[in-house]
Design a protein around this ligand. Sequence first.
Ligand code: DGL
Length: 267
Amino acid sequence: MNKQPIGIFDSGMGGLTVAHAVSKLLPNEQFIYFGDSAHLPYGDKSAATIQAYSIKICDILLEKGCKVILIACNSASAAAYELIKAYVGSRAHVLNVIDPIIDFVTERFDKKRVGLIGTKQTVGSGVYDYQLKAKSPGIQVGALATPLLVPMIEEGFHKNEISEAIIEEYLKHKELSGIQALILGCTHYPLIKHQVEKFYNGNAEVIDSSEIVALALKNLLDSHSLLSENRERENEFLVSDITPSFEAATELFFGTKVPLQKHKLWE
Ligand code: DGL
């Protein structure tokens, strides 16, 4: 079982930020990444649609013998985690990108005001708000959907004046006033972390989930004695559609270009 791969999936390439953190922290693990590039973005879709795609992806990852399925997409974690967990049952462990952040934030920011930015699906689901308050009743949460940020980052606009102006416009919103921490609730946002930090100038901690999630994965593997001691196979990167821009995006999100293999969601 230890040698079996870890399945990581996202709506597209953004989840590679999580895959990258996993490959750094757990170099002995083989992972199989699935980016549903034929159906992105998930952030504007209904929960039912995201659930249907997610179940198909889980079938593929289970067929490949994954010991863990890591939902590396906030929108899918918000819309489909409970369903996936029930569907996968005892066939694999399931981890999402929201729970580790809830633990991290509630340990540090009890009775404080925290902010969340994410897609319309993630923010509209109310999952962060509900879970933060369930674990830490005194916490106050301000949440704002920031839908322009994903296309902006994908177009490579994440280190210039235009992106700075858009980020500032969102972060000035009254919903996010007076916060002591901001959760970057989307796989794409680690790429704008520095600009967000610049806006807060040390007055709020900016929480990027990739490393926190990789650590939660390590703890999960460790607690079930599932850690691999060496990696015998190369990591795989499957996508439901390939275009030159998806290939270029792998470098943006993973740090190096990776070879993509096309794997349809439906035959
Ligand atoms: N991966 C998605 C998320 O983390 C962002 C991109 C999308 O909308 O599909 O919410």
